[in-house]
Design a protein around this ligand. Structure first.
Ligand code: SF4
Length: 322
């Protein structure tokens, strides 16, 4: 990927969207097929913890979570068929989304990942998981797929502050994330980090410190979420007790821009705001703006500042497509 291809969306939007990265690399829009492969999570089943992260009911992250899973092959076939008919889609990523998608033995994982990649137009695989759930033998397996597809691991980290990670019951610390990234990148696997902006107890300076802690690690993608409260979560109680303040969209936009200014310009932004996909899950906040309007507000804010993603880092263009 040339520097021009990288910089043109940044000039236009102020940030580098994952869709632009994929289009430049594959010459067309690439669609993600979300998969629920029947995993659970070590922070819910007792291996690391019980109850999970205080903001988590997994139904809020995936349209299919909570439903009995069909085979990966069926989900891929249906997803590809739907996207072909609806969007004339030509290329696809398999996205293992629900729960911790490396939480099984290597033989089980291999069978599931193989099913997703047996479709000829699937050019990549994205695997969402926890940074404490990637032993070397699992990374070795995931690395094997880099020979035939583009491979991403998506690590939930949410904050670089161990105090916050304890408060939200993540069950791991920031050092665990750094260790996972350091073992993942040399294998040719791309890394996307998930971060929540607005976690309880975090100041603006704390949020920026998270960006600065992530910035030098060499990751390839980032997903930003504003904190929202889902029903039937531990965090709901604290919110209803008045202990958590949530961003309005107008408050979130400058914070997201401040954060992205500290993230290198070649890190593809895979998400800019949180998203609840299941009806009835979201308790708060209820923003009047649509997601598209928030994207526009972020671009306008960058334009108003004369700044962009990476402008506090010094944009060093890494050759992501190579
Ligand atoms: S790691 Fe993910 S699936 Fe597990 S409890 Fe936390 S948010 Fe939920």
């Amino acid at each position: 990927m040339s520097a021009n291809e990288l910089l043109s969306p940044i000039r236009e939007l102020g940030y580098y969207p994952f869709s632009a990265y994929l289009r430049a690399r594959y010459g067309c829009k690439v669609h993600k097929v979300s998969i629920h492969a029947g995993f659970t999570c070590p922070n819910r089943d007792g291996r690391v913890g019980v109850g999970g992260c205080t903001y988590c009911i997994n139904e809020s992250f995936s349209p299919q979570a909570g439903k009995p899973p069909r085979s990966v092959r069926e989900q891929m076939a249906d997803g590809i068929d739907y996207m072909r008919r609806r969007y004339h889609a030509r290329k696809f990523f398999a996205y293992f989304q629900a729960f911790s998608n490396t939480y099984a033995d290597v033989k089980t994982l291999r069978a599931l990942y193989d099913e997703a990649l047996e479709f000829p137009d699937v050019v990549g695989i994205s695997i969402g998981t926890r940074p404490d759930c990637v032993p070397d033998e699992v990374l070795d397996l995931v690395q094997e797929y880099t020979a035939r597809a583009e491979v991403w691991l998506e690590y939930g980290i949410q904050s670089a502050h161990d105090k916050t990670l304890r408060l939200i019951n993540r069950g791991h610390d920031f050092a665990t994330f750094k260790d996972a990234v350091a073992r993942t990148l040399p294998r040719g696997i791309r890394v996307c980090a998930h971060v929540i902006l607005g976690l309880p107890g975090e100041s603006h300076a704390d949020i920026m410190a998270t960006a600065e802690a992530i910035q030098p690690l060499g990751i390839h993608g980032i997903k930003l979420h504003h904190l929202y409260i889902a029903r039937n979560t531990a965090m709901e109680k604290d919110y209803l007790a008045g202990q958590i303040k949530l961003f309005t969209a107008e408050e979130y936009v400058p914070v997201a821009c401040d954060f992205l200014e500290r993230i290198p310009a070649d890190v593809a932004v895979q998400r800019l705001v949180g998203d609840t996909t299941s009806a009835g899950v979201l308790l708060a906040p209820s923003w009047p703006q649509t997601k598209t309007e928030v994207f526009r507000m972020i671009s306008e804010e960058f334009r108003r500042r004369g700044a962009s993603q990476g402008s506090r880092v010094g944009a060093q263009v890494r050759q992501q497509g190579q």
